[in-house]
Design a protein around this ligand. Structure first.
Ligand code: G3H
Ligand code: 13P
Ligand code: ZN
Length: 330
């Protein structure tokens, strides 16, 4: 067992309080390798932003739990070496069992999500409560979820959104003791968040997706004032990366994300954590395809992972400054 405190990490409590009061959101960037971690830390140090390093259960299997513990510790030391001791959280994304959450906490995670959103309401409360009981003994913060996002989540495919019911949130939060709550207001995971036929076109012919259900967010805020809300599935799917990918041999079809304007609006509300994974995947893939297409003779991974890291860093800096408002808040 290693405590996250020994690794120099923090839990999410204090940074969420500051984010709520300061009307910005903390970035939760998914990662599973060294280059992604380096890009996240470089961007957050240069922009002086707190950050949540987020690991899914699949990413944990891919990277290995012991290696991840050292990558997280490396992230803390790397930030200091770059000149800024920013708050860094190591968070489990979409934990599906008490056992997984315990194991992550034993390996140095400072925050866990227990996603019981696919269970019936009472079962969601039960499993979430059991994680909170264990986590709080170790001063680890817990994110729960109410409502189901459309698309693929936890290997479960939902055809439609099950929006969060605001009438349930007070009861859920008080019975479980969670520190933050993920809600469903129309975002979804992946790079195909909306079908083109669900969208309208603006004067320039750009597809505009249906708006998020900010009315639900507002109703939730009224029922649990001051409570940190989390937005999953918040990638914007920037067309420039999709274009690079498709111009260099890729075949991404109908890739549509959440407009940045809506995320800026969310970041100023009770939403304190915004999850971004797909945009990083797109930026990395765009750089790798572009580089290898221009230099088919190259075979040293540093020749294409270096540009991938640069694209990632540029993307993350953009998010901190222009979308989340967390730049300068470390
Ligand atoms: O919410 C899902 C995240 O994007 C993680 O995805 O399970 O493929 O690592 P993953
Ligand atoms: P995106 O697929 O929109 O990046 O969402 C990531 C996420 O919610 C991770 O939990
Ligand atoms: Zn998610």
């Amino acid at each position: 067992m290693v405590s996250y405190k020994e690794l120099g990490l923090v839990n999410s409590r204090a940074i969420f309080k500051k984010a709520f009061e300061g009307k910005y959101a903390i970035p939760a960037f998914n990662f599973n390798n060294m280059e992604q971690m380096q890009a996240i830390i470089q961007a957050c140090v240069e922009e002086s932003s707190p950050v949540i390093l987020q690991v899914s259960s699949g990413a944990r299997k891919y990277a290995n739990q012991t290696i991840l513990r050292y990558i997280a510790q490396g992230a803390v030391e790397y930030a200091k070496e770059l000149g800024k001791n920013i708050p860094i959280v190591l968070h489990l994304d979409h934990g599906d069992s008490l056992e997984l959450c315990i194991s992550c906490i034993e390996y140095g995670f400072s925050s866990v999500m227990i996603d019981g959103s696919h269970f019936p309401y009472e079962k969601n409360i039960e499993v979430t409560r059991s994680v909170v009981e264990y986590a709080h003994k170790h001063d680890v913060t817990v994110e729960g979820e109410l409502g189901v996002l459309a698309g693929i989540e936890d290997d479960v495919k939902a055809e439609h959104h099950t929006y969060t019911q605001p009438e349930e949130v007070e009861d859920f939060v008080s019975k479980t003791g969670v520190d933050s709550l993920a809600i469903s207001i129309g975002t979804s995971h992946g790079a195909n968040k909306f079908k083109p036929e669900q969208c309208t076109r603006n004067a320039e012919g750009v597809l505009i997706p249906p708006p998020l259900r900010f009315d639900i967010l507002e109703a939730v805020e009224k029922r649990i004032p001051g409570f940190p809300i989390v937005l999953h599935g918040a990638s914007s799917v920037p067309p420039k990366y999709v274009e690079i990918i498709n111009n260099h041999g890729g075949k991404l079809k109908d890739a549509i994300g959440i407009p940045e304007e809506e995320l800026r609006h969310a970041a100023q509300s009770a939403v304190c954590k915004i999850n971004i994974d797909s945009d990083g995947r797109l930026a990395m893939t765009a750089a790798i395809r572009e580089t290898l297409d221009a230099h088919p003779e190259w075979f040293d991974p540093r020749q294409y992972l270096g540009p991938a890291r640069d694209y990632l860093k540029e993307l993350y800096k953009h998010k901190l400054v222009h979308v989340l408002g967390s730049a300068g808040k470390a």
